[in-house]
Design a protein around this ligand. Structure first.
Ligand SMILES: [Zn+2]
Ligand SMILES: [Zn+2]
Length: 828
């Protein structure tokens, strides 16, 4: 057995792949000597330039660049379908993706067998679509009712996902700022080359596809006729379904002597169904003779009336009036109102609603929506709460009750997944509406093998443990988003709230949906927390770390108003490129900069010369506001201008946050002897190579960084979404390490408790852990086989130089032994 195979054999039990990696490196060199070229992917682990090149390519994206895909199946089907035949789909419905509640906003999904549409895409829309299986990859049209972050905040994440999935194009319709918004977004998303984005501003004429024709109706704020600024224009959409073909009446056709049952009938059926007459054997056949009448296409209208300043313009709008009181041959089946209660209370608006007539249904989406959206988030938190009720507090309700309008029209309030069907039959459908039953979640957990025993054991151990010396409640850390790259149902993307005292809070990163997470965590207290947040640190410009910022700013402004507190600007610490994005959005889309004072993150690096007086003053303000000794940043190894930060409080504690990074010496230096290190651990052990490609850390690497720092405690977060519920534990987990979950709340006094929760967590997620372990074993086995295959190849090339062929047999035996020992390991 050669040295390589020997190592594989005897060093197998513990972290096989890291051994493999070391050997691959050594081996790479010997292959280079032999003149054998390696595939580039493998060389990444070997050469510095490979890493740098990949990191450059990933400057703009937090996601793995995917190989070009084959054309998606639904696109192929669509291309095959004959165009020009606009005679309607058989199934069409609208479905509430987000019902307008404060934590998720309003978004509407429209389904036909030919097309999928989305109306508005605020933060969190993609996450809900993922949770509720509304296929994002099928979207080909997004309609936006207004250029406002509430409607467009989820677009960057959504478009990145469409690009990653291989969707070739998507059209965006709505307000005139859409193109500028997409241009601004490229500051951090990169060029989005693979995804062709067509923009149809409201001034474009109607748009028609296989399902419907859509008319855009610009509506200007009452006093500002023809001003197209973001806050004085909304766009309503009148969507007219294509008429549905009549049914071909076979018996009648036979009576008329038509060639039923032969090929010759095909063009006749197509023509009469399309409403055309045909001549058969000299005789004219009218469509009504052999077909049931064509069904006119229903109409639905999607309309946002953000406040009363738009009411008159809406009620007087001619295009909309044309669809009222039976004036149009196409009946309006449904009007969707994205409208607060204050507007619904308005008499003019009420009367206008009535003018659609009794056959029209009205769907209302606003903050009074009586519904839960993020069901899985509630489920996991309810179950974690059984393990520790303080560290995993129950989620709050985030419904804000305005006085409800009394309406005389037929209306229904939006609920998550509520459907209104146009075809085959007009009707409401409630069969999939999200319904939450917390006691079911509890029962489900209690019935898991070993769960109750582990929870009891954990409680006994905790009861027997002497309380921590540190009884301070603050600083308190609330993990709001602990997943990487894409917001998913269980883990949202990066954000951590640090409550330094009962009145001072700070956000470390702010991925899409951070505000929604805050709402679900704090319920009606969210406004107080928002007013406490005086600073936000953004580590780098990947979308999973900053696209939640605007919602925080806008909702924070509302919070000051609703609590009658004087408004104060937020201090934003982040990379310079982030400022470019803010400026562009502010200039072209919506005013946002009045909320912010910016401290470039590089100005807080050790020994940086700050020449700018304003920046100096702002840093001073940051220190004073939070009673800080120091707020320091350092560059980390991720993309260009990625920072970590170090917060040192006057009372002596020190919290270090890594942002995204590979193991980084500068971070270790900066974080020496910290009280708490919050470090990313995107990938499991054994995926070191992938971690290098993606410039992230594995679990053990993150722990190692903390140990080198001499951190008192290490919290791991930013897990790849493949570890949705729980990451895989590595051998070097110890009493100083904890794993973060969304909505987990800790303070320093919990350091002793957190590692003791692990057995109960393992029992709760046993099935998932088993699945992940199985995947890992399969992967390791594959890697070993690959390595042995290479070994064989190498021996083969040596054979030609005189090595005996018996080695090949030995390889096979080794391989078999490997399989056996692998099986033993699994069984033990
Ligand atoms: Zn990143
Ligand atoms: Zn990230």
């Amino acid at each position: 057995m050669n040295g390589f195979a020997q190592h594989l054999f005897f060093g197998f039990r513990h972290r096989v792949f890291s051994s493999l990696l070391i050997y691959r490196h050594g081996w790479a060199r010997s292959r280079e000597l032999l003149g054998v070229s390696w595939p580039r992917r493998t060389m990444l682990g070997v050469t510095g330039s490979g890493v740098a090149g990949e990191a450059q390519a990933r400057q703009f994206s937090s996601r793995k660049p995917k190989p070009p895909k084959d054309v998606l199946r639904h696109i192929k089907v669509r291309e095959k379908r004959q165009h020009g035949d606009l005679l309607g789909p058989g199934i069409v419905y609208v479905q509430v993706a987000a019902a307008g509640s404060r934590d998720v906003g309003a978004a509407l999904y429209v389904f036909s067998e030919f097309n999928r549409y989305l109306f508005n895409c605020g933060e969190g829309t993609q996450r809900l679509m993922q949770e509720h299986k509304l296929k994002v990859a099928r979207l080909d049209n997004i309609f936006l009712t207004r250029m406002n972050w509430a409607n467009v905040g989820g677009l960057p994440g959504m478009l990145l996902t469409l690009k990653d999935t291989g969707v070739p194009k998507c059209a965006l319709s709505g307000p005139p700022q859409v193109q500028k918004y997409l241009d601004a977004m490229k500051v951090f998303s990169g060029p989005l080359r693979e995804l062709e984005l067509a923009v149809r501003p409201f001034s474009d004429s109607e748009y028609t596809d296989d399902t419907m024709t859509v008319y855009q109706v610009p509506i200007f704020e009452n006093s500002k006729k023809a001003s197209t600024s973001a806050d004085s224009l909304v766009v309503a959409f009148i969507c007219k379904l294509h008429p549905k073909k009549g049914n071909f009446l076979v018996v009648k056709a036979k009576e008329l002597g038509l060639p039923v049952g032969t090929k010759a009938i095909v063009p006749i059926v197509a023509a009469v169904k399309a409403g055309k007459s045909v001549v058969f054997e000299g005789k004219e056949i009218l469509p009504e003779e052999v077909c049931t009448p064509m069904e006119p296409g229903s109409v639905f209208i999607v309309l946002e009336c953000p406040n009363e300043a738009f009411v008159d313009s809406i009620c007087e709008n001619e295009m909309l009036t044309r669809y009222q009181e039976g004036k149009s041959e196409n009946p309006v089946a449904l009007v969707v109102h994205i409208t607060p209660e204050s507007v619904l209370q308005n008499n003019t608006y009420k009367q206008w609603m009535e003018r659609f007539g009794p056959a029209t249904e009205h769907l209302i989406l606003n903050e009074n929506a009586p519904t839960v959206h993020n069901l899985r988030s509630h489920k996991i938190q309810t179950q974690l709460n059984l393990i520790h009720s303080e560290i995993f507090p129950p989620l709050a309700s985030c419904q804000r009750k305005e006085e409800e309008a009394v309406l005389s029209t037929r209306y229904i309030r939006g609920e998550c997944l509520l459907k209104y069907q146009f075809r085959p039959k007009l009707k409401w459908e409630r069969d999939v509406v999200v319904d939450m039953n917390c006691s079911e979640f509890v029962t489900e957990a209690m019935e898991l093998p070993d769960f109750q025993e582990q929870v009891q054991k954990c409680q006994q151990i905790l009861a027997a443990t002497p309380p921590s010396d540190n009884i301070e409640k603050y600083p308190e850390i609330v993990f709001l988003g602990t997943g990487s790259a894409v917001p998913m149902k269980i883990r949202n993307v990066s954000s951590t709230l640090v409550n330094l005292s009962s009145s001072q809070s700070m956000l470390l990163d702010c991925g899409e949906g951070t505000f929604g997470q805050l709402c679900r965590h704090y319920g009606s207290q969210v406004d107080e927390i928002l007013c406490n947040v005086s600073a936000v640190f953004i580590s780098h410009i990947h979308a999973d770390h900053h696209t939640g910022l605007f919602n925080i700013l806008l909702e924070r402004e509302k919070a000051f108003k609703s609590l009658n507190k004087p408004f104060s600007q937020i201090l934003l610490i982040g990379p310079v490129l982030l400022i470019t994005w803010l400026n562009q959005y502010n200039t072209h889309c919506q005013e946002i900069l009045r909320h912010i004072n910016i401290i470039p993150a590089n100005c807080l690096m050790e020994d940086s010369d700050i020449l700018n007086f304003k920046t100096k003053t702002l840093i001073q303000e940051l220190m004073e506001k939070y009673d800080l000794e120091k707020f320091q940043t350092c560059l980390v190894k991720h993309c260009r201008n990625a920072f970590a930060c170090n917060i040192v409080h006057k009372s002596g504690w020190k919290i270090v946050y890594s942002g995204d990074t590979m193991p980084c010496d500068a971070l270790i230096q900066m974080g020496k002897d910290c009280t708490l290190l919050i470090h990313e651990a995107t990938l499991e052990d054994g995926l070191e190579e992938e971690a290098i490609e993606k410039t992230h850390s594995t679990t053990s690497q993150a722990i190692d960084v903390g140990m080198q720092m001499n951190a008192k405690f290490i919290m791991l977060n930013h897990f790849s979404q493949r570890y949705a519920k729980i990451p895989l534990f590595s051998a070097d987990f110890n009493e100083k390490v904890g794993i973060a979950f969304d909505h987990m709340r800790i303070c320093f006094a919990d350091f002793g408790t957190i590692p003791k929760l692990i057995p109960a967590l393992k029992a709760l997620f046993a099935e998932d852990i088993e699945d992940m372990e199985e995947r890992r074993e399969k992967r390791e086995l594959r890697q070993i086989k690959e390595a042995l295959q290479m070994c064989k190849e190498l021996n083969g090339s040596q054979n030609s130089a005189g090595v005996t062929p018996s080695n090949n047999k030995r390889d096979r035996e080794e391989n078999q032994d490997m399989e056996k020992s692998k099986k033993r390991l699994k069984d033990s």
